[in-house]
Design a protein around this ligand. Structure first.
Ligand SMILES: C[S@@+](CC[C@H](N)C(=O)[O-])C[C@H]1O[C@@H](n2cnc3c(N)ncnc32)[C@H](O)[C@@H]1O
Length: 245
């Protein structure tokens, strides 16, 4: 198991960029032909042109929210489904299933990971990117009223000039932790082999308050050196369904 601990600064303020690069690399594997973007909704993670260039034969985008799914460009196979319920027979199996900013919204994470396990062919991989507790910003997001956190998120995204279509969805953060022993045990309990688990410390939400940002960066560098996964801010996870279960 490849366990890594990095700071927000080390990933140049964008752990997502690293995650997207990992996915781009994973789809280049010639054995990967059918992929599924869970909760891809308005923003599928790979463009159709890139998927085609990588030799992908079918790119399924799925979302629990039909309106979000409708925003995905034409050309993707769109499946309106809750990833935390078993999918209908006949959907076939996938070589790679991935999600970004979805796991934290799922109230039943065991069912979510079980569904993804069932969607994968033996030997197939699941890759997830999600924010984690107990990073204080996300503890606040979990506990504070939705209207307030939606306003703050909007301000932060606007200020950072983030593109894409970003709506706010309620976050539960269940099974959204850094590489703690219990987190690894839960994922292994579903049947996955944990191949790689990157715990990222720190975030970019304090950009308007430089002193606070400096203090948070120093604290996160300290937590990272000591590998205190309980206070990670993001996780990038690669799971494998064993070749023979
Ligand atoms: C914050 S958005 C992320 C969208 C996209 N993955 C991205 O990175 O921009 C979360 C998405 O997950 C979807 N979602 C939440 N729970 C889900 C579930 N149980 N099954 C499938 N999709 C879900 C939401 O409808 C929404 O489109």
């Amino acid at each position: 198991m490849d366990l890594r601990y990095v700071t927000w600064a080390e990933v140049q303020g964008s752990p997502e960029a690293g995650y997207l690069a990992d996915i781009a690399k994973a789809v280049e594997d010639p054995a990967v032909k059918r992929i599924c973007d869970i909760g891809g909704g308005a923003n599928p993670l790979i463009s159709l042109a890139d998927a085609k260039a990588a030799g992908i034969e079918e790119y399924v985008v799925t979302d629990i929210d039909a309106e979000e799914l409708a925003k995905a460009p034409d050309g993707y196979t769109k499946v309106h489904a809750d990833a935390a319920t078993p999918w209908p027979e006949g959907i076939g199996s996938f070589d790679l299933v991935f999600s970004r900013y979805v796991a934290e919204h799922v109230p039943d994470p065991a069912a979510f990971h079980r569904t993804i396990f069932a969607l994968l062919r033996p030997g197939g991989r699941a890759m997830h990117f999600f924010p984690t507790l107990y990073e204080p910003v996300f503890v606040f997001n979990k506990l504070a009223p939705e209207a307030l956190t939606a306003r703050l998120l909007h301000q932060a995204q606007e200020g950072r000039g983030e593109g894409g279509d970003h709506q706010k969805f309620p976050a539960h953060y269940r099974w959204c932790r850094g590489a703690t022993k219990s987190q690894l045990r839960r994922l292994e309990g579903v049947g996955f082999t944990v191949e790689r688990y990157v715990t990222v410390f720190g975030h970019g939400y304090f950009w308007k308050a430089p002193r606070l940002e400096h203090l948070a960066d120093a604290t996160n560098a300290w937590l990272c050196r000591r590998r205190v996964a309980q206070f990670g801010a993001y996780a990038m996870v690669t799971l494998r369904r064993p070749a023979a279960d």
